[in-house]
Design a protein around this ligand. Structure first.
Ligand code: AHR
Length: 584
């Protein structure tokens, strides 16, 4: 599940690493910019780059100044300076013909990791776009900035304007305006099968006008206005609707597109006939995604570079409409949106944003799925092991968000620890045992910039230093479960009751999988008998009860060992452990 929270999009998985490049959000000011040399910098609204990017950076050079001057951008708490090739884009306006030097520099050390010259011929009346690329060496830390320098002699007593500076390390699948390759690749190791986006709360908006608007996140980035996101920082929307879908395509995931249901975060609810225009907007979005190129919005998609329709087959109506005052009107809002979608796209699976029957229509249309979210203590997850065992089989379930967010004493969990991750594993075993109705489940939130987080814990995180991408203990639980999938859940007989050890068995072709969690403080020996099997592996994740992984100090990762036997295998589960036996 992904939304831009904790700078997980801008400053996280999206490849562009300079901050405030489009002066977006409610109060951008000069955030992340600094003057270099005898210049004055300011946000210039009288020189907009486009109708969407309504400011540029004005760099005024004091008369008589010589040498190279310019400005720095300090990124999202530093610029990640890696030994790699960067793509760099910017716009310039003003009278300047000559050299521009682009640099990556240690902000305190002054060490220059990359320095690259290009020649520009800038126009005083209009912005000119430049693209270049350069190699960098690696900085030992994240305390770095990107600099743009020019010859002050040529501009002294006057000014230049710069717009939408963009810096990308390599992108996933080499996409233009793509995801950061190192971050996306780390996520891909989990082998996720679907992506729910764009929220979460970040779908909803503080008011109807502040909601995530699909049509403002498409096309050239220079035409995207961005918005003040719901997690109290500006969103550039450079990671927009098409980028989400390329992400899904490149990672082999089914898109689960959330559409706005009329619910805001405290800014009122739109329902009844007033919701009509927003329902039309959803249909326009679906035409953009699914329509052929003879349709208005299908043609727009093609113009934006995607001729083939996107394979969107699942739509979630809203987010957590059971809270924020949404319950009373959700049944009618859901029905309005469901009918409009189902009428035109009967094959689309529509998902309600709550399982709460009091908020849903009295009779939920056949085929509709419902979504539930759990942010709980480890013990609560264990108590939810059998949550779905006796649930009605009428409507499939989507566990759209879950994570162990508090200790059993109610304390806030900042870093996922083994106790919480084992609790999640017990719950996930319960989900897998009920996979006839539990169709999808996603830990949330996905990602955090460690210095810029509003919500913890998150599945994995990073900061601006090299090698900072850090998988939590829960990341490794997700990886164990996701990369060891059976296609059929099997019955198991046992001489013990569930607890502290929990298990689920499955098979795919000739490989049998047994997932195990030990939610307890003693070692447990488990003997597993699977007729006809002889050899395979055990992957084991274990650690002290409250142990966590930290940036630059990842100590808990799955350990793999080979096993063999004539249909019988011993698995030793240390205290607080999650394991997968995979044998053929
Ligand atoms: O995942 C963080 C937030 O938790 C989501 O935005 C919201 O859906 C839930 O309340």
């Amino acid at each position: 599940m992904f939304e831009d929270i904790n700078n997980s999009g801008d400053g996280g998985i999206h490849g562009q690493v300079l901050k405030n490049n489009g002066f977006q959000g409610t109060n951008p000011g000069l955030t992340a910019y600094a003057a270099i040399g005898n210049v004055n910098i300011s946000q210039d609204t009288s020189n907009p780059l486009s109708t969407a990017i309504t400011s540029s950076l004005k760099v005024s050079v004091t008369s008589g100044t010589t040498g190279y001057v310019g400005f720095a951008n300090t990124g999202y708490n530093g610029v990640p300076v890696l030994e790699t090739t960067y793509a760099n884009y910017f716009w310039i306006k003003g009278t300047y013909s000559g050299t521009i030097t682009l640099q990556l520099v240690g902000s305190e050390s002054g060490i220059v990791y990359a320095s690259h010259n290009i020649t520009v011929d800038s126009d005083p009346t209009t912005f000119t776009y430049y693209e270049t690329s350069f190699r960098s060496t690696e900085s030992p830390d994240g305390n770095n900035e990107w600099q743009l320098l020019f010859d002050a002699t040529e501009v002294a007593g006057s000014s230049l304007n710069f717009g939408l500076v963009q810096l990308f390390p390599p992108t996933y699948h080499n996409r233009y305006n793509g995801l950061r390759d190192d971050v996306a690749s780390f996520l891909a190791e989990i082998e996720p099968s679907f992506l729910r986006f764009p929220g979460g709360n970040n779908l909803e908006g503080a008011s109807p006008g502040d909601r995530w608007k699909w049509n403002e996140t498409i096309g050239p980035v220079v035409d995207r206005p961005g918005r003040e996101g719901d997690w109290t920082y500006p969103n550039t929307d450079a990671l927009g609707l098409d980028e989400y879908l390329y992400w899904c395509e490149d990672m082999g995931m089914t898109p689960i597109l959330a559409v706005w249901s009329g619910l805001t975060l405290g800014g009122g609810i739109i329902s009844g006939s007033a919701l009509g225009p927003y329902v039309d907007d959803i249909l326009n979005e679906l035409e953009y995604l699914l329509g052929n190129t003879s349709t208005t919005y299908g043609a727009l998609r093609a113009k934006n570079g995607r001729v083939n329709p996107w394979p969107v087959s699942h739509i979630e109506v809203g987010n957590e409409d059971n809270i924020s005052g949404g319950c009373g009107t959700y049944a009618s809002r859901f029905t309005q949106i469901y009918e409009a979608i189902h009428d035109q796209y009967p094959d689309i699976t529509v998902i309600a944003s709550t399982t709460s029957s009091s908020c849903l229509p009295a009779t939920l249309p056949s085929g509709v799925w419902t979504d539930i979210h759990h942010y709980e203590s480890p013990n609560t997850f264990v108590s939810l092991f059998n949550e779905w065992d006796n649930w009605s089989r009428d409507h499939p379930i989507f566990v759209g968000e879950y994570a162990s967010t508090t200790g059993n004493d109610g304390s806030t969990t900042y870093w996922s620890n083994m106790q919480g991750s084992c609790g999640e594993a017990v719950y996930m075993i319960g989900l897998e045992r009920n996979s006839d109705i539990v169709k999808m489940a996603s830990f949330a939130p996905l990602l955090e910039h460690f210095d810029l987080a509003e919500w913890s814990p998150d599945l994995f995180g990073l900061d601006s230093s090299p090698d900072s991408i850090t998988g939590s203990t829960s990341y490794y639980v997700q990886k164990l479960f996701s990369t060891n999938r059976g296609s059929t859940v099997l019955p198991v007989t046992s001489d013990s009751a569930f607890g502290p050890v929990y298990w689920v068995a499955s098979v795919d072709k000739s490989t049998y999988y047994v997932k195990l969690a030990n939610y307890g403080s003693s070692e447990e020996l488990v003997t597993i008998e699977i007729e006809g099997t002889t050899a395979g592996t055990v992957q084991l994740l274990s650690g002290e009860e409250l142990d966590s992984n930290y940036p630059h100090n990842v100590t808990i990762t799955p350990q793999r060992s080979d096993v063999s036997g004539s249909g019988s295998f011993n698995v030793t589960l240390p205290a607080w452990a999650v394991a997968v036996l995979a044998v053929s």
